[in-house]
Write a protein that binds this ligand. Structure first.
Ligand code: AMP
Ligand code: FES
Ligand code: ZN
Ligand code: ZN
Length: 319
């Protein structure tokens, strides 16, 4: 195969970036990646007024890459960075995620907190066991992460929470919610969700970054990460048994391989053209929000007990 050269220097190119119409060598790729993230942070004013930032680290490639990029950026801007990793209690998986996250925090000198879900009386393994009578395990897991990260951010006085959601996650969520007509869910799909009441601002610096660039970045820097997927995210490797979300992701990745840049352009035009229209159409439901009688967090649940406390109550009593 013919050698390809970097668009900016005479070194050999290691990748093409069709979204930008360039080919890049290792050094220019790292520069491109970090600059791109800083530009998104600027464009969406993600760190405006932020003095202390909580970064949610799962141990996967996305949040490990984000930890490295944000440490550089927060150091330059005088922002305190604090890490949080939730030990979900998935046997044979969570221990590894926590260990890898811990090693990165310590090597980078980032203060951190490991939150054990078990301390709340249940684990995700237990949620799996009772999923038929409660709700699907991934839905419990998502709820637990949102709730605990917000709680930790409030307790540590953080002005924002950064997560590693990437372009493919966003595209998958966008298409799935479009197909099911969930307009409320689509409205939540944005690079920044401004905080209100007791809900801390959420920022997603990798919103427009394809996972293949994130993977390349961690590999170039030689960063270790948890490469296996959560055991509950995929049942049956392929074909009929493959859960809908996993299959949708595969289809979107194939589409993007055949027509490079499709996901990037779609997510951009969603943010530019669709979100503003949805925002205008949306009906504010603020008046229904009350406080959870148990934990005091905002809730729209009937009976004034938040979804987390309800699930905690059921699962901590189950045996
Ligand atoms: P996921 O929901 O697993 O696709 O993860 C999306 C993002 O949520 C990750 O990039 C992290 O920023 C955050 N996250 C996921 N799992 C954890 C965890 N166990 N502890 C802390 N943050 C997490
Ligand atoms: Fe939450 Fe798999 S990481 S169910
Ligand atoms: Zn170069
Ligand atoms: Zn509650």
């Amino acid at each position: 195969m013919r050698r390809q050269y970097c668009t900016y220097c005479n070194s050999e190119a290691i990748t093409r970036v069709p979204e930008r119409g360039v080919k890049l060598c290792r050094d220019h790729f790292v520069q491109f990646f970090e600059t791109e993230i800083e530009n998104v942070i600027e464009r969406y004013q993600m760190l405006q007024g932020v003095r202390r930032l909580l970064i949610a680290v799962s141990g996967g490639k996305d949040s490990i890459a984000l930890l490295h990029v944000l440490r550089k950026i927060s150091e330059r801007r005088g922002i305190d960075l604090v890490g949080a990793t939730i030990d979900l209690g998935i046997e044979g998986y969570s221990e590894h995620c926590v260990e890898i996250s811990r090693r990165h925090y310590e090597r980078l000198g980032v203060p951190y907190l490991i939150v054990k879900l078990e301390d709340y009386g249940f684990t995700i393994d237990k949620a799996k066991k009772y999923e038929k009578s409660v709700r699907p395990v991934c839905s419990v897991c998502g709820l637990v992460k949102r709730y605990l990260l917000n709680k930790v951010a409030l307790e540590l006085n953080c002005d924002a929470i950064a997560t590693g959601h990437n372009l493919v996650d966003v595209a998958q969520y966008m298409v799935a919610n479009f197909l099911s007509g969930s307009l409320d869910a689509l409205l939540k799909l944005r690079p920044v969700t401004r905080g209100e009441d007791l809900l801390v601002t959420r920022v997603r610096p990798f919103f427009f970054m394809h996972e293949r660039y994130i993977e390349l970045y961690v590999n170039i820097l030689g960063l270790e990460y948890v490469s296996e997927r959560c055991p509950y995210s995929m049942r049956g490797a392929e074909g009929r048994d493959m859960p809908f979300q996993e299959y949708l992701r595969t289809v979107l990745l194939e589409l993007d391989l055949r027509y490079p840049g499709t996901l990037y352009r779609s997510v951009h035009s969603f943010v530019r053209n669709v979100l503003p229209v949805l925002e205008r159409l949306s009906v504010r439901r603020g008046e229904r929000v009350g406080r959870c009688a148990i934990c005091g967090m905002p809730t729209q649940e009937e009976g004034r007990v938040c979804a987390f406390c309800k699930i905690r109550d059921i699962l901590s009593k189950a045996n």
